[in-house]
Design a protein around this ligand. Structure first.
Ligand code: HEC
Ligand code: HEC
Length: 440
């Protein structure tokens, strides 16, 4: 009898040891971790104790604890396809190649963009683990910040408004390579993405420390290995991976794109069948300008199909600027007819503009109506005001001018701007937060 009981008991004992071991708080060693550890199916197998197919609050806590108390990402088993870029037929592939800023040494890969996505949403990139890129660039706002100024890791405010992020891969126009930021101070995306991490207000990290910090997190070594062939975490690789993620964020599925595609032409001047009469009037004002004078159309600076422009202009927001934009940088004037760059800012992309309020470099306008009113009647005659506005010469320091739009034209322009919203882009799981957070 006894001889039968002992093996059963020792079996039970052994099982107990195994269970206790599996649930222990020891963070798994770097060597034992692979990308598969962070796949959705693996994490569910290990932590979904009530088997309902998702992780509830207490299961998340168990998971965070098992990895040393940090939030971890949950990744799809079959990697998202970032390299597959669906482009509507009105945007010619040859044109896209011309305006693509991808450098030969950082070609987009699915593993690279996957790592970039995790980095973009990771609060560990900030000094006190409170701020991620996504804190100021929110997907449901087309990656802009609804606040006038963004709040950094210690509660400080940024000096400018965080613009939306989309199609940053396509920025070259006629061979001109624009810089990133409102004042174009970052020459490439690779250089841009590591700047907020080190910014004193935004994320406040120092680079050698960041490399060590990320390497010690359980999920990074396998993700770096998948993306770059070895687990080494370097500043250069961080920059490259986030830049790849930025380049994967393509927004070409707005009502404008669908309507242009249906019209089977890249001539944006023809009326689109699926647009309302007002939207077509607005489109014509935007593209062909007032009275057909293209130079004073919005598209002169917000050039389709990107609706941005790789150049900085003054659009008459003020007579005297407190923030001089490009003018505060030590670069020669970008216009042969003026001595300085004072008051010049990069013309931002207007894709998803209905979602990216507030507007302008200082977020001064809460609503698109105010933007349209600015162009209609609020333009100041700044010394560097772009010629597009000069036909409407305002006089003196206090008077303002503009395109003098009728109420009907203003609402048509607004209706058109709202066709640039891409609902797929803001709900695309490829660009969403991958983290399972202990606290939401
Ligand atoms: C604390 C808020 C904050 C954080 C965190 C932040 N950003 Fe930004 N971002 C901004 C602001 C504000 C601007 C505009 C600043 C300027 O132009 O001077 C900006 C501009 C940008 C631009 C320029 C876009 C263009 O069209 O020129 C990119 C790209 C960008 N951010 C990506 C990132 C990435 C990637 C991260 C994380 C590594 C990040 N941001 C973190 C607030 C933030
Ligand atoms: C001469 C070039 C130029 C023309 C023409 C122009 N814009 Fe702009 N636009 C700019 C610049 C530059 C900025 C950024 C200015 C700043 O923040 O100081 C801007 C900003 C904007 C913004 C704010 C975007 C954001 O994300 O904050 C909107 C919206 C806009 N323009 C719409 C229009 C419309 C509509 C028209 C036509 C009525 C138009 N623009 C004509 C250069 C131009």
């Amino acid at each position: 009898m006894l001889s039968r009981v002992i093996p059963a008991a020792s079996f039970l004992f052994l099982t107990l040891i195994i269970c206790v071991h599996a649930a222990s708080d020891q963070p798994p060693t770097q060597d034992s971790l692979k990308t598969e550890t962070f796949w959705q199916s693996t994490l569910l197998r290990r932590f979904d104790s009530n088997k309902d197919g998702k992780l509830n609050a207490s299961e998340r806590i168990a998971l965070c604890d098992a990895f040393g108390g940090v939030d971890v990402p949950m990744l799809p088993v079959k990697s998202h396809r970032y390299t597959l870029i669906l482009v509507p037929s009105h945007v010619a592939q040859s044109k896209l190649r011309e305006i693509d800023n991808t450098p030969p040494d950082n070609v987009l890969t699915d593993a690279g963009a996957t790592l970039g996505r995790v980095l973009f949403y990771d609060k560990q990139l900030s000094q006190n683990n409170t701020i991620a890129c996504a804190s100021c660039h929110q997907q449901q706002r087309a990656f802009s910040d609804p606040r006038q100024f963004s709040v950094g890791f210690e509660g400080g405010y940024t000096k400018r408004n965080a613009m939306g992020l989309a199609n940053l891969r396509y920025t070259i126009l006629n061979g001109r390579r624009p810089g990133f930021f409102w004042d174009e101070r970052a020459p490439t995306l690779e250089a841009q993405v590591v700047m907020p991490i080190q910014d004193e207000v935004e994320m406040g990290m120092r680079f050698p420390q960041l490399e060590a910090k990320l390497w010690a997190l359980p999920y990074y070594p396998p993700l770096f290995e998948a993306a770059f062939g070895s687990t080494e975490v370097t500043c250069e690789r961080i920059g490259k991976a986030v830049a790849q993620f930025m380049r994967a964020m393509i927004s070409f599925d707005s009502r404008f794109d669908r309507a242009a595609e249906a019209s089977a032409s890249d001539n944006y001047s023809v009326d689109f069948d699926s647009f309302t009469a007002a939207e077509n009037v607005g489109k014509s004002l935007f593209i062909d300008g007032l009275g057909g004078v293209a130079e004073i159309g919005c598209a002169h600076c917000h050039v389709p199909p990107i609706f941005g422009m790789p150049k900085s202009f003054n659009n008459g927001l003020d007579m005297h600027y407190t923030d001089q934009g490009l003018g505060a940088r030590d670069v020669p004037s970008n216009d042969p007819f003026t001595l300085t760059n004072d008051g010049r800012f990069k013309a931002p992309s207007l894709r998803n503009v209905a979602l990216t309020a507030p507007y302008m470099h200082d977020g001064r306008f809460k609503a698109l109506e105010q933007v349209v009113e600015h162009y209609s009647s609020g333009v100041h005659s700044h010394a560097n005001l772009d010629l597009a506005f000069n036909d409407e010469q305002p006089v003196g320091d206090t008077e303002t001018s503009g395109f003098r739009l009728t109420p009907g034209q203003k609402s048509a322009l607004l209706a058109f701007l709202k066709t640039l919203t891409d609902e797929e882009f803001i709900s695309d799981p490829r660009f969403s937060d991958p983290f399972l957070r202990r606290k939401d």
